[in-house]
Ligand binder design. Sequence first.
Ligand SMILES: [Zn+2]
Length: 58
Amino acid sequence: MAETRTRKCPICGKPSAEAYKPFCSKRCADVDLNRWLTGSYVIPARDDEPVADASDDE
Ligand SMILES: [Zn+2]
């Protein structure tokens, strides 16, 4: 083994597990997935915003 450095779990900082890389457990993987889902993938809010179509006025 050339690489002795163990990657740490980005969630809790524990050494990552082979099965859940780069996380240490499924739990942490889930936590990260959740963060990703709620952070990057923004669920459309139920805003009753009036559709202002500026390009559609003749
Ligand atoms: Zn972890």
